[in-house]
Design a protein around this ligand. Structure first.
Ligand SMILES: NC(=O)c1ccc[n+]([C@@H]2O[C@H](COP(=O)([O-])OP(=O)(O)OC[C@H]3O[C@@H](n4cnc5c(N)ncnc54)[C@H](O)[C@@H]3O)[C@@H](O)[C@H]2O)c1
Ligand SMILES: Nc1ncnc2c1ncn2[C@@H]1O[C@H](COP(=O)(O)OP(=O)(O)OP(=O)(O)O)[C@@H](O)[C@H]1O
Length: 554
């Protein structure tokens, strides 16, 4: 196309097309503005007014409207006979313009539709968030936090709790009234004897910080509160009335201590006391004084213990704390663990000073470590339906899957939620709580973890691989360990070192964080007790100090 026959097309703002002089004069002679190829700026006002949509709101001509499809189609009528090749070329150019305009219009329409759809989504999301915020506010006003409701009220019976928690916690902590509720339906259950308490997260004098969300999202900023570093504190709201004492068996010194402590609790503190049937028998054999001791006969009674007992006392080592925890398949009352002799990892209280400690514990407040437990479910390959599943096991330390007496390597396929983690080839695998991190998991090379950290330790036992380092998974995952169908030998699961179960090919063990932690009383606070146990129990990083007996070069 020569410069004199130039057809210049500008799509950006104003469509301007320069025609060859001959056709230009013939077009401009037309009185109608329709089909005019003059730029709108060159038209007189009345001509402009005749162009549909030519005037946009801000006065700038809109090219898409200016060349409405109708107008363009009219222009695209077959050229009159005798028109030269330039006009054919020009008509081709206009076809391209029409196509571009059509595409632009379609694009705009679809963008508008999409925008409308997003606006609608935003409105819905906003409404949902407002609803959730209202719900959360209501929960806080009623003194329950989402976790706490799950932890203490699995059956969702909030009526009594809501009413009472306002009174007892005033919205500032975890209250025990749900436990009282558990006792209500049974008219014989001594509901009135169960002392109420509240748990709160202390933060070293910083009152305002107490009920921060763990993670909040305010005005686009994500903020986390350091809740895990704070000590949990238990305050009695009515006096504890009932104590349950567990003792290590086969120990004369523990039996003597137990008898002495029970006398003191009864005579000085006027408490009701539960002991295991074995202990009641032993004590009764020695003296009829112990006739007042209460005990239980069957599992049904054991399952109701948490509704009657205010405090659990353990006399023994860590094994006795594990034993006591295993008696509670749901909520656990606060445990005060006394060591008999050597200091245990979970037994910070020295038994020689039990009077002073118990005086102060019965008065409160008490520092508490909430020790998370794992709930473990064996899923049998042979089970025909879900009713055939075995009762789940709760562990405070760990669940172990090992090769038992077999001399073959175990092969364990492990999944975290729906993701494949690895195949353990070695002696076995430990899934441990953070409380158990200083027990078997530590011996297998796992890290020691502060008990207030939430997580599941995934520690292999003697893996036949140089690169298999232990993992720590977040507490909300579900870990599934499967025995492969082609395994050469069965595997064995044990729970806190007890209750071994044989796992056949195709069986699996599913492990989740349990909603019922074990609250243990602290001697000082969670951190101090933890550090003291690893210093004194393990002699952690004990090393002779270097001698500084001379000046060093600088
Ligand atoms: N190789 C090992 O280290 C190994 C082997 C098997 C079992 N265990 C541990 O033993 C526990 C069972 O304890 P038990 O007393 O009934 O049996 P137990 O009498 O055989 O005692 C095992 C030892 O583990 C200690 N222990 C228990 N829990 C602990 C903890 N949370 N932190 C630090 N040490 C702890 C006990 O104080 C005791 O010294 C299991 O849960 C397991 O963790 C360890
Ligand atoms: N009340 C109980 N009934 C039955 N068995 C118990 C009871 N308390 C503890 N055990 C078991 O007795 C064993 C020894 O208990 P524990 O660990 O408390 O004593 P320990 O070994 O002398 O203490 P430490 O761990 O400090 O050396 C453990 O296997 C534990 O499971």
């Amino acid at each position: 196309m020569s410069s004199s026959e130039e057809a210049r097309i500008n799509f950006n703002t104003n469509l301007s097309i320069s025609l060859p002089s001959s056709s230009s004069s013939s077009s401009s002679s037309s009185s109608s503005s329709q089909g005019s190829l003059m730029p709108p700026s060159k038209l007189n006002p009345s001509e402009k007014a005749n162009i549909p949509g030519a005037q946009s709101q801000n006065g700038i001509a809109n090219s898409a409207s200016l060349f409405s499809e109708m107008a363009v189609l009219e222009l695209l009528q077959p050229p009159a006979q005798g028109l030269d090749d330039h006009l054919i070329e020009f008509s081709e150019a206009l076809k391209t313009v029409a196509k571009a305009l059509r595409q632009a219009a379609e694009g705009k329409a679809s963008a508008q539709a999409e925008a409308a759809e997003w606006r609608e989504k935003y409105k819905l999301e906003r409404a949902r968030n407002l609803q959730l915020e209202d719900k959360e506010k209501l929960n806080l006003e009623n003194g329950s936090d989402v976790d706490d409701v799950r932890t203490y009220n699995p059956a969702n019976k909030p009526a009594l709790c809501d009413e009472q928690s306002n009174k007892c916690c005033a919205g500032h902590g975890i209250c025990s009234h749900e436990v009282l509720w558990d006792g209500m339906p049974d008219s014989n259950s001594p509901v009135v004897r169960k002392a109420s308490f509240k748990l709160s997260w202390c933060c070293k004098g910083e009152q305002s910080d107490q009920h921060k969300h763990v993670v909040s999202f305010e005005r686009g900023n994500i903020i986390t509160a350091e809740r895990s570093s704070k000590q949990i504190s238990l305050k009695w709201e009515s006096c504890p009335r009932t104590v349950l004492v567990f003792t290590k068996p086969n120990s004369v010194s523990v039996q003597t201590l137990c008898a002495e402590m029970i006398r003191w609790l009864r005579d000085q503190k006027k408490l009701d006391i539960y002991v295991e049937p074995r202990v009641r028998g032993e004590l009764m054999k020695g003296s009829s004084y112990f006739d007042f001791l209460e005990s239980w006969e069957d599992d049904e009674e054991i399952s109701r213990l948490h509704t009657k007992v205010d405090i659990v006392i353990t006399l023994g080592g860590d094994g006795t704390v594990l034993w006591a925890a295993s008696m509670f398949k749901g909520p656990v009352p606060p445990i005060v663990p006394f060591s008999s002799g050597s200091l245990g990892f979970m037994t910070p209280f020295y038994s020689e000073h039990y009077r002073e400690y118990l005086e102060s514990i019965l008065k409160g407040p008490i520092g508490i470590t909430l020790r998370k437990r794992l709930i473990c479910q064996v899923v049998r390959n042979a089970a025909k339906n879900e009713h055939e599943t075995e009762a789940p096991m709760l562990v405070l330390n760990e669940v172990t899957i090992d090769r038992g007496i077999s001399s073959f390597l175990t092969n364990l396929n492990c999944y975290c939620d729906d993701s494949f983690v690895t195949c353990v080839q070695g002696d076995g695998l430990i899934m441990s709580t953070t409380s158990g991190s200083t027990a078997y998991s530590l011996a297998a090379g796992g890290s020691m973890v502060h008990h207030q950290v939430l997580g599941i330790l995934f520690t292999p036992i003697c893996p036949h691989s140089l690169s298999f380092r232990p993992l720590i998974l977040p507490e909300h995952v579900s870990v599934r360990v499967e025995i492969p169908a082609n395994t050469r030998n069965p595997a064995w699961a044990s729970f806190d070192g007890k209750n071994r179960k044989r796992l056949e090919a195709g069986d699996a063990l599913v492990c989740n964080m349990a909603p019922w932690p074990v609250p243990t009383a602290c001697l000082v606070d969670s951190t101090n007790d933890f550090l003291r146990s690893i210093h004194e129990g393990l002699h952690w990083n004990l090393r002779k100090a270097r001698s500084f007996d001379g000046p060093y070069d600088t």
